[in-house]
Design a binder for this molecule. Structure first.
Ligand SMILES: [Zn+2]
Length: 182
């Protein structure tokens, strides 16, 4: 069963987390190979990066760190110092450049190689954790789903990773039970 990469989280770090999915009850790693990683970099807007095996190991480590952090944040449990150190270490490799734009100068993150791309993902995760938006970090309401997202909706009622994946499924199973019981 194939599956496209998901960018439904409103945060790059959480989008990375969502490369581990459940398909029909089986955990699937969408970043199993270096080729997968190159494809994900492209889909995430980083352009053409190679996706080396070193980067793959590095991104798996970062993803595990982000997962541990998200699991704790969702339960309002403090993050471990080891995870903070690890996030900081990767995030601190971000490179910024002051660029001229129509509205003045903009401090813009540079991600010209895999290391910088991974650093930027960590940086975006750190920015989320440090922002008030972290209170809107949610896990998909389906207990068969492992996806996370940041609810940026005004009414803060988003329940599902996406309507296509979980929302409709839930709705149709409810509908099915209703039909069956009548
Ligand atoms: Zn879901």
């Amino acid at each position: 069963v194939g599956m496209d990469f998901l960018f439904i989280a409103n945060n790059l770090g959480i989008d990375l987390l969502n490369t581990e999915v459940m398909l029909q009850g089986v955990p699937v790693d969408l970043l199993g190979t270096a080729e997968n990683l190159a494809g994900w970099f492209k889909a995430a807007g980083f352009g053409s990066l190679r996706g080396s095996s070193e980067s793959l190991a590095r991104i798996h480590r970062l993803r595990s760190t982000i997962r541990r952090c998200c699991d704790k944040l969702i339960e309002s449990t403090p993050l471990t110092q080891a995870d903070l150190d690890s996030l900081n270490e990767v995030s601190n490799k971000t490179r910024f450049a002051l660029l001229e734009s129509a509205d003045g100068y903009v401090l813009t993150p540079q991600a010209t190689d895999e290391l910088e791309a991974i650093a930027l993902i960590a940086r975006r995760t750190c920015e989320l954790i440090a922002s008030p938006q972290i209170k809107s970090l949610r896990k998909c309401a389906s207990d068969k789903c492992v996806l996370y997202f940041v609810d940026v909706s005004k009414n803060q009622h988003r329940q599902w990773c996406s309507m296509e994946l979980c929302g409709n499924r839930q709705k149709s199973s409810k509908h099915y039970r209703k039909v069956k019981s009548t």
